[in-house]
Design a binder for this molecule. Structure first.
Ligand code: PGA
Length: 250
């Protein structure tokens, strides 16, 4: 059965001075934990945090990977490099990458395949824009992204992140999160079979905070969260992890 996952996405934030936050998490959540805990720091901190997190309950991830393993791609980072630096996961297809770097569904899928090839667990992100939600197309948009962004096989995680909820303090109605997550599970079952679909952790992301985490985690097909702003401080991320560990089925 799938494990629940609390994943922190530090985005373009974090200096060596912020390592104390990681130390606090390691102290607060000694191994083993009933849920998986992940930090995705900027690539510059992977090595240092990997050294800190060795033998702890905290896993590490990258925030992006190139489709190639190596080559003339100045400024990019490959999946084997992330693995080599101590990562077990990588976020692919985050809406900020899709917007800032024009990443397409096909590229996201290729990145996920590159991640799997390197032994990393891809966290594949998708979600509708505010205009798409208003037009009543949220579910159709998410299903189209699922169809085009997921690899045909391999162990991956999916993060549903409505673009309008990221960093805004806005969160969909619980019923709307449930509707999308139920639809994602059904979509996976149709494509990969019921058993395989049950093994995929489905994360919600977008303004998850200590104050709203428990009610989101109580939804049947929500298996955790991808947390941005609230993952930067252990005093915020800690209660979110605790809420996930206390949720049904963890
Ligand atoms: P947020 O970001 O928690 O700051 O809204 C979530 C994300 O982009 O992964």
């Amino acid at each position: 059965m799938r494990r629940k996952l609390a994943a922190g996405n530090w985005k373009m934030n974090g200096l060596l001075a912020n390592m104390a936050e990681v130390q606090s998490l390691i102290a607060a959540f000694p191994a083993p934990q009933p849920v998986d805990i992940l930090i995705c720091p900027p690539a510059t901190l992977l090595g240092a945090i990997a050294a800190q997190c060795r033998d702890s309950a905290i896993a590490l991830g990258g925030q992006y990977c190139h489709t190639a393993t190596a080559g003339a791609h100045t400024g990019d980072i490959s999946a084997p490099m992330l693995k080599d630096a101590g990562a077990d996961y990588v976020i692919v297809g985050h809406s900020e990458r899709r917007a800032d770097h024009g990443e397409t569904n096909a590229q996201v899928r290729a990145q996920a395949e590159a991640a799997l090839e390197a032994g990393l667990n891809p966290i594949i992100c998708l979600g509708e824009s505010e205009a798409e939600r208003r037009a009543g197309h949220a579910r159709a948009v998410v299903e189209a992204q699922l169809d085009a962004s997921l690899p045909d096989q391999g162990a991956f995680v999916i993060a549903y992140e409505p673009i309008w909820a990221i960093g805004t303090g806005l969160v969909p109605e619980l019923g709307d999160i449930a509707e999308i997550h139920d639809a994602m599970r059904a979509n996976l079952a149709a494509r990969y079979g019921a058993d395989a679909a049950k093994s995929v952790p489905l994360l919600y992301g977008g303004s998850v905070k200590p104050t709203n985490a428990a009610e989101i985690f109580a939804l049947e097909n929500v298996d955790g969260a991808l947390v941005g702003g609230a993952s930067l401080k252990a005093q915020d991320f800690g209660p979110i992890i605790t809420a996930l560990a206390a949720s049904d089925g963890a």
